[in-house]
Design a protein around this ligand. Structure first.
Ligand code: SIN
Ligand code: MN
Length: 267
């Protein structure tokens, strides 16, 4: 699947593109069905909130067959190759849970801020493609963007090791105030199957989830193969070292096919 010229132009200009129904209800039902077994894992790849609720399941495509297939889905891989201008590999692949009542804040940040400082990713030739697995509304901690903030390039950031269970390079309030005065804030709402494509320098974050509705979403972080990371400081399940170009599967790959990963039986 290719983005239209207009979609591509919107993504370049605003730093993000919202697609309200990239995946069907049938496809997202299959993806959701695999989550209880994934969240029940006890390894370090399952990062928990300070409360103990699951915050993020990292590297899901390495132990779940259905997420392995999603990581090769043409509706994600082809737009990523188109936007980044070449073959891509999976830098990070995770499910964020944003649990009902317990889902904690994601402070304002740029992903390239972390990828460049921690992983020595040379250039911002990477992007995110997120797919909603639950409905996202104004109450359950939707992902918030500052439109056009990616045009600033990489912004000064501090390493926040304390606010949540997950270290992040975060941007100070004064800078956020200036960026928001220029670009505002958007938080696209949508149903399962909606997708958000965004530039790795787009400033984003999300508030804690006080609502009784969890909002799980899967994030595919694609990096251009010639832009592979240079430092292997973070765990492999957070910053992958396999730079093999991703080959897209068939468009129906979530609904037909066989198991691909060793851990798939655990589903
Ligand atoms: C992220 O920035 O990686 C995720 C933020 C969120 O899910 O709210
Ligand atoms: Mn992020």
């Amino acid at each position: 699947m290719k983005l239209t010229a207009e979609q591509h132009e919107t993504l370049d200009r605003e730093g993000f593109l919202f697609l309200s129904d990239l995946f069907s209800a049938e496809e997202t039902a299959v993806l959701r069905a695999a989550l209880p077994a994934i969240f029940a894992r006890t390894g370090p790849e399952i990062v928990r909130e300070l409360s103990g609720a699951v915050r993020t399941a990292f590297g899901v495509h390495t132990y779940s067959d259905i997420y392995w297939r999603l990581s090769r889905h043409p509706r994600l891989v082809e737009p990523a190759m188109q936007v980044l201008g070449g073959p891509v590999y999976i830098h990070q692949f995770k499910v964020n849970a944003k649990a009902a009542f317990d889902g904690d804040v994601w402070q304002w940040h740029q992903d390239y801020g972390t990828w460049s400082r921690d992983d020595l990713m040379p250039e911002p030739h990477a992007m995110n493609l997120a797919v909603y697995l639950d409905p996202v509304n104004e109450f359950n901690g939707p992902l918030m963007f500052i439109p056009r903030s990616h045009r600033r390039g990489r912004i000064e950031a501090g390493h926040d090791l304390e606010t949540t269970s997950y270290p992040l390079w975060t941007i100070d309030n004064e800078t956020i105030e200036t960026l928001v005065a220029e670009g505002g804030i958007v938080a696209p709402k949508g149903e399962p199957g909606a997708a958000l494509l965004f530039h790795c320098n787009l400033v984003h974050g999300s508030a804690p989830n006080m609502s009784p509705w969890g909002r799980r979403a899967v994030y595919f972080s694609a990096n251009r193969v010639d832009n592979a990371i240079r430092r292997f400081q973070r765990p492999e399940y957070i910053a992958h070292r396999d730079f093999t170009p991703v080959e897209p599967l068939g468009d129906d790959c979530l609904l037909v096919g066989t198991e691909h990963t060793a851990g798939a039986a655990a589903q």
